[in-house]
Design a protein around this ligand. Structure first.
Ligand SMILES: *[C@@H]1O[C@H](CO)[C@@H](O)[C@H](O)[C@H]1NC(C)=O
Ligand SMILES: *[C@@H]1O[C@H](CO)[C@@H](O)[C@H](O)[C@H]1NC(C)=O
Ligand SMILES: *[C@@H]1O[C@H](CO)[C@@H](O)[C@H](O)[C@H]1NC(C)=O
Ligand SMILES: *[C@@H]1O[C@H](CO)[C@@H](O)[C@H](O)[C@H]1NC(C)=O
Ligand SMILES: *[C@@H]1O[C@H](CO)[C@@H](O)[C@H](O)[C@H]1NC(C)=O
Length: 623
């Protein structure tokens, strides 16, 4: 009995290694062990759902050629379950395929399934419909949330659990929650997720938190390896000091080593990059070398960022304002948004090869076909947004977009004035997020939560006037105190002065596809005050390839090419071009639609450039 007790308690102390020395992947106190041999994760983060699936193999081969042996991937639940109980594992959501290709390219996988993943992604990967589930409280021990999470994790596991290393696949390890200690300390909730994942996967689990006492206190959970992110020296030291539960100890992994940072929209936000910055590159090399000589593991965040296509960027809540993440998730990463190596790529590769002592196991860098230029071409107004409205909902008090089954894009609220009213406009409790205000078809103001003090729009309306509020979801917050309450559109009443406006006609505008052009355009003439207009055009390319699409002088909107929503453009920058992958192009008759939210008579052309330029312009709508 005594020896039995000793054995089991030893197993608990030593982690999975002692109880499963035959497991293909395990760890002891100092090393990850793959097939019994120490395995150092030389990793990088790359999320399949931000990359055209046509390019997965290319990006993965570039990762291997930088010297990486492991890919860390977040999975975005909102794309996989777009409405409750509807599952999509096709195209960019075919995670299984991505992992299979990774394995073929010589890479292992660390799976980071969430359900919350942060990642500067719409609501940290949560589907918008969670807001409408009665009693829902995200990231807590809450039955509706755990039930929804379980359904998602089970469907995901059905796809990818067969690809664990225990079955000969590439998946080595699975993360529980994500930086939970930055959010809360509900250990019952994290334990519930742990137990779900334990029932779905055989490989080790881990948590990943900021390198500080409170983060680790909130995020660490019994029986799960505790790892840190950020500066590796601080993180490793913090774990050594603050994690005392032996069942959470093991080799050190810097689960997110930040080489740069995200870009957010704003006249004063410059693009983050290390290109040409010798000091920054040297410091990255020093950090990577330190982790590797320390016999620890690392994941470069991001190795390759990709693109928040469509409306999939998150917002950050900073200084009491919404900082919207750009559609480009270039991130200044070693492999840029278009899949081309940067200075950081070459610098990190050099460090990894030096560490390995020989370069024979690191493949040559694949040669890329050149980016292409597309000569300037013209677009023409094809249909006004307000001439292509769907069936509306008629409501006494306006409701948020999720209540109408909508997750992303725009929503328009129309009200016909009965009795004269004047005063300042309040579009619900707070603007959610960017509200273009029209009176009788003329734009009279912009109220936007991206400004610390949104503009005050004062109205003087008479009976018969038509008030229209076009509300844009600029991206649900993925990090910060406002994370939990995420409804978009109008929440609460619309008031002018002290008057509550009742009787609304509401048009959900998810814009999954742009509307069909009119045979002959009948909308307003483009002007600084006109309502939004869709422009269309077509272009040919001699040689198919990747390009960056620029819209010189256009203010703000979205771009579709051959039916793919490439993301947002906004004159304020720092993003001044949209990545247009060659895999979406054909030689003849490429169709482009541009939504001009703030049309200008002189902005009518587009151009494809092979070398992108970042930069800022003054904000024409600044309050
Ligand atoms: C972990 O395993 C490796 C490989 O067998 C070994 O070199 C190392 O000493 C082990 N560490 C501990 C703490 O047992
Ligand atoms: C590796 O990091 C640990 C902190 O976890 C530290 O105690 C140790 O001294 C480091 N080793 C080297 C060789 O730098
Ligand atoms: C941008 O920076 C300038 C110069 O520092 C400053 O005057 C201005 O207020 C800033 N604008 C915003 C929107 O932060
Ligand atoms: C490896 O190093 C040799 C000699 O420095 C060089 O010729 C070769 O191109 C390198 N291979 C790779 C994959 O970098
Ligand atoms: C909205 O207005 C109605 C009156 O139509 C009022 O009963 C209700 O309390 C208001 N709601 C909020 C959130 O102020």
């Amino acid at each position: 009995m005594r020896s039995f007790w000793l054995l089991t308690s030893l197993a608990a102390i030593l982690g999975p290694a002692a109880s499963a020395d035959t497991a293909p992947f395990t760890y002891n106190r100092t090393d990850f062990l793959l097939h019994g041999k120490p395995y150092q994760m030389i990793g990088g983060q790359m999320d399949p759902q931000r990359i055209p699936n046509e390019y997965w193999r290319d990006r993965l081969s570039m990762a291997r050629a930088m010297g990486l042996n492991t890919i860390f991937s977040y999975i975005f639940w909102n794309d996989i379950e777009p409405s409750p109980g509807t599952w999509d594992f096709t195209g960019q959501n075919d995670i299984k395929k991505y992992f299979q290709i990774a394995q073929e390219e010589g890479l292992n996988i660390v799976l980071r399934p969430g359900p919350y993943i942060c990642g500067e992604r719409e609501w940290g990967g949560f589907p918008a419909w969670l807001s409408e589930v009665p009693g829902m409280a995200v990231r807590t021990n809450n039955k509706p949330f755990l039930d929804a999470s379980k359904a998602y994790l089970e469907h995901l596991a059905e796809e990818v659990a067969p690809l664990q290393v225990t079955n000969g696949g590439p998946i080595l390890m699975v993360q529980v929650e994500n930086e939970y200690g930055s959010f809360g300390n509900d250990h019952i909730y994290v334990a519930a997720l742990r137990d779900m994942l334990k029932s779905q996967y055989e490989v080790p689990l881990y948590t990943n938190d900021g390198g500080g006492e409170s983060y680790l206190a909130g995020g660490q959970i019994t029986g799960v390896l505790a790892e840190t992110d950020g500066d590796p020296k601080t993180g490793f030291e913090a774990r050594d000091k603050f994690v005392t539960d032996p069942t959470s100890l093991g080799p050190q992994l810097d689960g997110e080593y930040y080489v740069t940072w995200i870009d957010t929209w704003g006249s004063n936000s410059t693009h983050n990059t290390n290109d040409g910055n010798a000091a920054a590159l040297k410091s990255i090399q020093d950090d990577v070398a330190w982790v590797l000589t320390n016999k620890s593991s690392i994941s470069i965040y991001m190795f390759h960022g990709g693109t928040n296509m469509g409306f999939q960027n998150a917002g950050l809540w900073i200084d009491n304002a919404l900082s919207a993440v750009t559609s480009s998730y270039d991130y200044g990463a070693p492999l840029d948004e278009s899949g081309r190596p940067t200075d950081a790529y070459h610098a990190i590769r050099e460090t990894i090869i030096a560490h390995l002592g020989d370069n024979s196991t690191v493949p040559d860098i694949p040669v890329k076909s050149p980016m292409i230029d597309i000569p300037t071409f013209q677009l023409k107004p094809s249909v006004a947004l307000f001439d292509a409205l769907p069936e509306p909902a008629r409501q006494q008090n306006p409701t948020n977009m999720e209540a109408l089954g909508q997750s992303y894009g725009f929503i328009m609220y129309r009200h016909k004035v009965n009795t004269a009213v004047k005063g300042s406009l309040k579009p619900g409790d707070v603007p959610r997020d960017r509200v273009l205000v029209y009176v009788n078809g003329e734009r009279v103001g912009v109220v936007d939560r991206i400004y610390m003090v949104p503009a005050t729009v004062t109205l003087d309306l008479k009976a018969g006037d038509v008030l229209e509020l076009l509300v844009e979801n600029m991206g649900r917050i993925d990090y910060g105190p406002a994370l939990v309450e995420q409804r978009k559109g109008v929440v609460g009443n619309v008031t002018i002065g002290d008057n509550v406006l009742l009787d609304w006609v509401t048009y959900p505008l998810a814009l999954e596809q742009p509307p069909a052009p009119q045979a002959k355009y009948r909308g307003p003439a483009p002007s600084a005050t006109s309502t939004p207009i869709f422009y269309t055009g077509s272009f040919d390319v001699e040689t198919i390839g990747d390009t960056f699409l620029e819209l010189p002088g256009w203010v703000k909107g979205n771009v579709w090419v051959n039916g793919v929503n490439l993301g947002r453009y906004w004159i304020i920058g720092p993003q001044q071009s949209l990545y247009l992958p060659g895999c979406y192009l054909k030689n003849k008759g490429n169709q482009i639609t541009v939504l001009a939210l703030e049309p200008l008579a002189e902005a009518t052309s587009a151009v494809g450039i092979s070398k992108r330029v970042w930069g800022n312009n003054p904000d024409p709508d600044a309050p």
